[in-house]
Ligand binder design. Structure first.
Ligand code: GPW
Length: 829
């Protein structure tokens, strides 16, 4: 039975007043959907039919509010947040909709009366994996928070036909399969083909003289496609607001392409159609490493062109004076992926609306702000001018013109400093002439923010120092957050009920109320209940992994979890070296097996399909798991579980069950991290470096409740400066040497030495992210973990304090910070 959580100060009174808001009321809606949408009787309905009917019936309860929200927005004429993001990693929608409509028990009861199990129905949902990892999930959390806070927001993005690939393992190797999330249709979208938007590409520009004698430029495109809007409802929690997520799908443009592409050739016509529709076909699976592929630039321009056109033509009242556009919209650029929107708005204002350059630039600057999500130099997008100029010739001209006036400003502010001007230029000449999208975003944006305090500092000092010298007031920080609805209330019903029984239910909207739990850390009875919740969550996870992956998690183990994209900088290998070192110590007799703290390490990670080393690391983890999990000498006290295809659905089961959260990136590499916040809020303790938002988590929970290890960012920078030699650490650290030697011995590859040479030599010869340098410190911190875990009362106390002190990491707080520091917008009720 799901637990009912009262809403504290925020009753969902309006929805509950609806006469349909009853078991019989829902049954009527459900049967109607089954008949009219699925075209089946209850007797003949498949589980899939039942899911579709349940989802669409639940959606009925949000549509009135959604339409009302539109009217409210139109009447209020306040500023809207236009969140521009190439990714939205939404996760399953049914539970979120049930929570927003307060229908969970009603639906459960209604279905049960017809012999249907809601839990089974739930499992039918295929999550829309329209993102890679943190960046896409953050966008999903942000739109949830804005709706909950009654702020008008439209999320704009791409309706990829194929989301992030489905990961499988074959002999321990990652194999990717296409994610056919739409194969059985999504019950959550409303498509509006009649509102399709034309998007053009290629061609050339020409000048013409208008009736006033002014010289103007126009773009004569080479080809185009249509963007179809697919609307998704984004319900707030405990409020009537339902915002919109508008994802664009590409469709061939018959009037245009089919004429130009072919002269009566049917086969060619269909080919042209496929070509156009490829634009929204697939999500690029690279995380933090842009590929610079033409199709990707097409995707980026496609969705921002649709979105700008949509906002200007459909969301503003007819006749609105675009000189005041900045009063009505702030487009937040989620990293550089949507930055081509900047020259697009300039083009619309100048070429289509007849603005002068300076007027257009003033308006444009007021309409954009830019969030940077990385510090990795290779993650900063650049587009060769050859490609950009060919695909978007008018935009290339505009970018060049922006750069000319920007360079003039730099030279006027720093006369004679030509090196600085070259460093700052939007267009660089090396290695090939290219546009630096982060520079363009920084020049155009009214604000530039990083995603955690340390990251924003490093962004100012190391990534964009020249820009922060020129415009110090442009730079700000907004620390990321996560939505407490999905990541506590929905995913951890046990903890939610326990917490609510003590501090009321207001925390779901006001997560800072978690601080009311602080005194309970010293209450033995509460600690016992808290442990019981964790134990039940582990049991739930055992069932999920058994069914989903055929993995049987041992009972009574410390659950040590590292889930995130596979990336060298995140250092999954460091975690693995820890496991191998424990194994080696038992094999060599340095440690008695009964001295091991029973522990299962859970990995979840996808590697970009073209990232060879990351895939080799996955293979190594699986290979170590296969040996360690079967070695009787360990007496079942150490294991590795690596369920394939980690996604939001699994995260919701895994995170609430975790004891230990692994956040072990090299300091100065992880911009923020958001998984780290989810674990702390669910009562896991963190072992982590002084990186990203870990810094702020530790600051809030306190050193006694956090396992810090490793170099800090200045130390890592200094070591790199002085010349880092991983091999000398290998030579001098006996434990490390034995660990690496065990991997190289072939024990994990059926006796074949050198099987993991790519991984070990990357470490020994370069170790870009200094895992060896932090190895000893990491092992020491793990000893401290074991010591603390041995004292369950002390551990539980720390876990409770983690929950009590991390309410700050609600994405509602992040949104408040954006509203105050960047958007200067507010709620509309
Ligand atoms: F490289 N992040 C991500 F900055 O998930 F663009 N994908 C990406 O492509 C990039 C960043 C990009 C992540 C960061 O790695 C993580 O530290 C951060 O918490 C998250 O974005 C949300 O800000």
């Amino acid at each position: 039975m799901p637990v009912s959580v009262p809403n504290g100060n925020d009753p969902i009174a309006v929805i509950a007043d609806d006469p349909r808001h009853s078991v019989s009321g829902f049954t009527t809606e459900f049967i109607r959907e089954l008949h009219n949408r699925q075209g089946v009787s209850l007797r003949d309905a498949s589980l899939h039919d039942k899911f579709q009917a349940t989802a669409s019936a639940v959606r009925h309860y949000m549509v009135d509010e959604w339409l009302e929200t539109k009217d409210k927005n139109a009447a209020a004429k306040q500023k809207t947040v236009g969140y521009l993001s190439a990714e939205y990693l939404l996760g399953p929608q049914l539970d979120n909709a049930l929570l927003a409509t307060d229908l969970t028990e009603i639906v459960e009861e209604s279905l049960a009366q017809h012999g249907i199990d809601l839990a089974q129905v739930r499992e039918q949902e295929v999550e829309p994996g329209l993102g890679n990892g943190g960046l896409g999930r953050l966008a999903a959390c942000f739109i949830d928070s804005l709706a909950t806070m009654d702020v008008p927001c439209i999320g704009y993005g791409i309706r990829y036909e194929y989301g992030i690939f489905r990961q499988t393992f074959v002999d321990g190797h990652q194999v990717e399969e296409a994610d056919k999330w739409l194969a059985l249709e999504s019950p959550w979208e409303f498509v509006h083909p009649e509102n399709a938007v034309q998007v053009n590409f290629a061609g050339h520009t020409e000048t013409w003289t208008d009736e006033t004698g002014r010289e103007r430029t126009r773009w004569v495109p080479g080809w185009g496609v249509q963007g179809l809007p697919y609307n998704y409802l984004v319900p707030g929690y405990g409020t009537r607001r339902v915002n919109t997520l508008r994802l664009w799908g590409a469709r061939a443009n018959n009037q245009f392409d089919l004429k130009t592409f072919n002269q009566g050739d049917y086969v060619e016509a269909v080919r042209a159609q496929t070509f156009a529709e490829n634009i929204s076909k697939v999500l690029y699976p690279e995380d933090s490493t842009p590929q610079g592929k033409e199709l990707r630039l097409q995707q980026q321009y496609f969705f921002v062109a649709c979105s700008l056109r949509d906002f200007i033509e459909n969301e503003l009242e007819p006749g609105f004076d675009l000189h005041r556009l900045g009063e009505r919209i702030i487009f937040q650029l989620n990293d550089t992926h949507p930055v081509i929107a900047v020259p697009e708005l300039m083009r619309i204002l100048i070429d289509e609306k007849g603005f002068e350059w300076d007027e257009a630039w003033e308006v444009t600057k007021s309409c954009f702000a830019y969030t940077c999500h990385t510090l990795l130099p290779e993650a900063l997008e650049v587009w060769p001018t050859e490609l950009l100029g060919r695909l978007l010739p008018r935009h290339m001209q505009i970018i060049n013109l922006i750069n000319v006036s920007f360079m003039a400003e730099v030279r006027a502010t720093f006369p004679g400093d030509e090196e600085r001007a070259l460093r700052m230029s939007i267009v660089t000449e090396h290695p090939v002439q290219s546009v630096r999208m982060a520079h363009l975003a920084t020049v155009a944006g009214s604000k530039v923010n990083g995603v955690a305090a340390l990251h924003s500092q490093l962004l100012r000092d190391k990534v964009l120092p020249d820009f922060s010298a020129l415009w110090p007031e442009k730079f700000t920080n907004v620390t990321n957050g996560v939505t407490p609805r999905r990541f506590v209330r929905q995913s951890n019903p046990g903890l939610s009920a326990l917490v609510t029984s003590r501090i009321g239910g207001g925390w779901v909207k006001h997560l800072d109320q978690f601080d009311g739990l602080e005194p309970l850390a010293d209450d033995a009875g509460f600690r016992e209940e808290f442990r019981a919740v964790k134990a039940a969550n582990k049991e739930r996870l055992r069932e999920v992994l058994h069914k989903r992956d055929g993995i049987d998690l041992p009972e009574g183990h410390l659950l040590d979890v590292m889930v995130k994209r596979l990336h060298e900088y995140k250092r999954q290998t460091l975690k693995l070296l820890h496991v191998v070192s424990l194994y080696e110590q038992v094999l060599s007799g340095k440690r008695k097996v009964e001295d091991l703290t029973p522990r299962t390490v859970v990995f979840g990670a996808k590697a970009a399909p073209g990232y060879r080393l990351a895939k080799d690391i996955i293979h190594l983890i699986n290979s170590v798991a296969a040996v360690v999990n079967r070695d009787p000498r360990l007496e079942g006290r150490l294991g590795i579980a690596f369920p394939a295809n980690y996604n939001v659905t699994l995260a919701e089961k895994l995170i609430p069950a975790a004891d230990l959260s692994e956040q072990i990136s090299l300091a100065g590499m992880e911009a923020s991290g958001t998984g780290n916040m989810k674990f702390a809020l669910n009562g896991a303790l963190t072992i982590g470096t002084d990186d990203g938002a870990n810094v702020e988590i530790r600051g809030l929970v306190g050193d006694d409740n956090f396992f810090l290890f490793g170099m800090d960012e200045p130390a890592a920078a200094a070591l790199r400066e002085q010349g880092y030699r991983p091999r000398s650490i290998y030579e001098s650290d006996e434990t490390l040497r034995a660990t690496i030697d065990l991997i190289e011995s072939g024990i994990f590859s059926g006796g074949r030495g050198g099987a993991f040479g790519s991984v070990t030599s990357a470490l020994l010869d370069e170790d870009r992210f200094m895992a060896f340098a932090d190895f000893a410190s990491y092992l020491e911190a793990q000893e401290a973990v074991e010591a603390k875990y041995a004292d369950q009362e002390a551990w539980t106390r720390s876990a409770i304090l983690n929950v009590a002190r991390t309410g700050y990491f609600s994405s509602d707080r992040s949104m408040r910070d954006y509203l105050d520091r960047i958007w200067h917008a507010g709620p509309v009720v």
